[in-house]
Design a binder for this molecule. Structure first.
Ligand SMILES: Cc1ncc(COP(=O)(O)O)c(C=O)c1O
Length: 374
């Protein structure tokens, strides 16, 4: 089965990991610091905190923003559940705002209608790799004293208006799951434009430990002393994983180029194909494409999904609207809340997209979908 996404691991990646295994540090050592510095530089010169997953990055991001009971987080429903659930688990109420009909990106007009005095964060997702419209979202968030969060699990290395992902929102979260644009196995990172949030995030992911003597509230305890001011968890990524991440980061431009080539090949063959509609494109963006979503018209999505899979092509569906999950139904959410997201979900099918996909593979996928639809 041709998967919808797959990691690309080179001999240099393997050697980078092996070199760490031969050294002194397995976990928080120099390679974590180097990976964080390189990520931060890529993301607009801001502080990056690495962690064990994209889900952990969201938890860290919301915790650093101070999200808690009584707060609201305005969130896109067209995402993986973690974008919302990481806020819910901190006690916040998630308010779902609909997406634009053509791009499936959070719609600023829907956000403007959803924010209020309790809104602490406006959370968008760079669906498929296209940055959401943060230029429109930021003033809406600012107007109620909220922060913007970009779930950039799909979009590392992309730009909008010439600015890199990581510099577009107050908080940006990344995932390094194997299907993503770079991988550390499991892994993620959160990037903060405000250094004080970055420090809070670092401490949250490090069990809450404060190690700077200038900030100690217990003084004169001894040189071994460290203390906790706010509760935290252990979400630390290891030197072993960060060695893979650093090596993958050096290949990101090459991955981005190959993903763009595949997207162009799909576009050329599929635009105008009867029974399909392609994803709307945002102007003035240069995405690192993570997904290639098409819309299957005429109520045939499930049939096409099953026939593509039967032909050995591992298509995927991204995503069921988050509030359809029973946990959100139990919290009082109902189908019908976000009609654009629901209409998109009803037709969405993601075709395989990963750097090692060959042109021959792409042509087979195109030929198969043409035959299935025909
Ligand atoms: C949009 C989005 N957000 C968050 C996540 C969570 O990332 P992870 O699987 O690394 O926890 C994913 C990946 O599955 C994702 O696609």
């Amino acid at each position: 089965m041709l998967p919808y996404g797959r990691q690309s691991i080179s001999e240099a990646d393997i050697e980078a990991v092996a070199a760490v295994l031969r050294g002194d540090w397995l976990t928080t050592g120099p390679v974590v610091a180097e990976f964080e510095a390189r990520l931060g530089a890529l993301a607009g010169g801001h502080r990056a905190v690495t962690c064990t997953s994209g889900t952990a990055a969201l938890h860290i991001g919301y915790a650093a923003a101070g999200v808690g009971p009584g707060d609201e987080v305005v969130c896109t429903p067209m995402t993986f559940v973690a974008t919302a659930s990481a806020a819910s688990i901190l006690g916040a109420k998630v308010v779902f705002a609909d997406v634009a009909e053509d791009t499936a990106l959070l719609d600023p007009a829907a956000v403007a209608a959803a924010v209020g005095p309790r809104t602490r964060v406006v959370a968008a997702v760079d669906y498929a790799g296209q940055p959401a419209d943060y230029d429109a979202l930021q003033p809406i968030a600012d107007s109620v004293g909220a922060l913007t969060l970009a779930d950039a699990a799909h979009s590392i290395g992309g730009t909008a208006g010439g600015r890199p992902v990581g510099d577009l929102a107050d908080i940006t979260t990344l995932s390094f799951f194997p299907t993503k644009n770079i991988t550390t196995g499991e892994g993620g990172a959160a990037v903060f434009r405000d250094p004080s949030l970055g420090r809070r995030a670092h401490e949250f992911h490090f069990i809450g430990l404060v190690r700077d003597p200038d900030r100690f509230r217990i003084t004169d305890e001894g040189p071994w002393h460290q203390e906790v001011h706010e509760l935290g968890l252990n979400y630390r990524l290891t030197d072993v994983a960060c060695a893979l991440g650093l090596s993958q980061l050096s290949r990101l431009e090459q991955f981005k180029r190959r993903r763009a080539e595949i997207v162009s090949r799909y576009d050329a063959a599929l635009s105008g194909m009867d029974g399909l509609r392609l994803l709307g494109r945002r102007p003035d963006t240069d995405p690192t494409w993570h997904l290639y979503p098409v819309r299957v018209l005429g109520g045939r999505r499930r049939e096409v999904y099953e026939r593509m899979r039967a032909a050995g092509i591992g298509v995927q569906v991204n995503y069921i609207p988050v509030y359809w999950h029973p946990v959100y139904q139990d919290l009082g959410h109902r189908r019908g809340e976000c009609p654009n997201a629901e209409a998109f979900y009803a037709e969405e099918l993601s075709l395989p997209l990963f750097p090692d996909l060959t042109d021959t593979d792409v042509d087979r996928i195109i030929h198969t979908i043409d035959k299935v639809l025909g």
